[in-house]
Design a binder for this molecule. Structure first.
Ligand code: SF4
Length: 357
């Protein structure tokens, strides 16, 4: 019997490309949505042939800009998923969205079709910063979309980017206070990074120093009314993104659509998807365990210390460095607050892949 798999569906279209964006997406004024729906449905059938019928704890439509998708296309895909797999009423169904691409009526229609969590790309509450980032919407558009999600009664979250050229600790404190004022229950705070191939990478931007970035990062935790549950994610307890938590915890997931990653578990053997939506290859247990340590350690609850993870862990390091890393009451290895600040080093020191197969 196939174990439950989470499902990620990539929607690779945007109205235009933002200046910092290295995601797999392309600017397209009028995507061929019928072709997109057919291709997605074929991939769902492909995975049904391989895995059979299984339980689906979460479905995440990411992008790109999934909110550009006509609701009819979304309905077609959801219907197909419900037909082929076990998708019950508890399934978390997230739609990533950008302000300006979805109005009240469209949001209501998505909600009626099954979306129960909206992730909004707000990025900033400052119109000048939005324009610098190459965003096509205003802060007001973003606030209106968050308010519409609240009226719909669904869970919602907002993404923000900080650490723009000229940003200081006072900017991040201002942003966190604005987030507190609208009482968000979940937000993601991403440091601006200059990704190769993006318009920003070609500019000679005067980025904040590493020290300043670290000060801003620490100011978030001090100012925001939401506890951190992952390096870049903050939520009221119980409002975390289940999909991401499951993936970070090492649960299997299927990626549908070009550019989508996936980790599939068949008869206790792990497979890595190759990014074209259909092909996959066997993974070494040690490689999969290392991935689980890397993503799990980014969460505050840590990585579960099961047999597979135990094989690659340097327990000596954990016992000798209790100020950085510890074993929790629920049998997980987690970084301490201090350890979180030097997480890359901690992960490097607790993993030893040479012993595992
Ligand atoms: S809307 Fe999102 S995916 Fe699209 S270009 Fe901007 S950052 Fe990239």
């Amino acid at each position: 019997m196939t174990v439950p798999h989470n499902i990620y569906i990539h929607v690779p279209y945007c109205i235009s490309k933002c200046n910092y964006c290295a995601f797999f997406s392309r600017a397209c004024a009028a995507p061929d949505w019928d072709a997109y729906a057919n291709k997605t449905i074929n991939e769902i059938d492909h995975w049904t042939n391989i895995l059979g019928r299984f339980d689906v704890p979460t479905i995440f439509f990411g992008g790109g800009t999934p909110s550009l998708m006509p609701v009819k296309v979304f309905e077609k895909i959801i219907q197909k998923l419900c037909q082929n797999f076990n998708v019950d009423t508890n399934c978390e169904i997230t739609l990533e969205s950008n302000p300006g691409t979805i109005d009240n009526d469209k949001l209501n229609a998505f909600t009626n079709a099954g979306v129960n969590r909206l992730s909004v790309g707000v990025q900033s509450f400052d119109d000048k910063k939005l324009s610098f980032l190459g965003r096509r919407h205003s802060a007001r558009d973003a606030i209106n979309l968050l308010a519409a999600a609240e009226r719909c009664g669904i869970r919602y979250s907002a993404d923000f980017i900080y650490g723009l050229p000229g940003d200081d600790v006072s900017d991040i404190i201002k942003l966190c206070n604005e987030i507190n004022n609208i009482a968000l229950k979940h937000c993601s705070m991403y440091e601006l990074t200059l990704e190769p191939g993006t318009p920003f990478a070609k500019k000679n931007l005067d980025m904040p120093s590493n020290e300043k970035m670290a000060d801003m990062y620490m100011a978030i935790e001090k100012t925001l009314n939401l506890p951190r549950y992952e390096v870049s994610n903050y939520a009221v307890t119980g409002s975390e993104c289940k999909h991401n938590l499951n993936v970070w915890d090492g649960e299997p997931y299927i990626g549908i659509g070009r550019g989508a990653a996936g980790r599939v578990l068949i008869n206790n053997v792990w497979y890595e998807q190759l990014g074209d939506g259909v092909q996959f290859e066997k993974m070494r247990n040690a490689t999969r365990a290392t991935e689980r340590v890397i993503t799990g350690m980014r969460t505050v609850r840590g990585v579960y210390l099961d047999t597979m993870v135990k094989k690659i862990i340097n327990m000596d390091y954990i016992y000798k460095n209790p100020e950085l890393v510890h074993i929790t009451d629920s049998g997980r290895i987690a970084a301490t607050k201090r350890g979180m600040l030097v997480l890359d080093d901690v992960v490097l020191n607790i993993t030893r892949t040479e012993n595992a197969t």
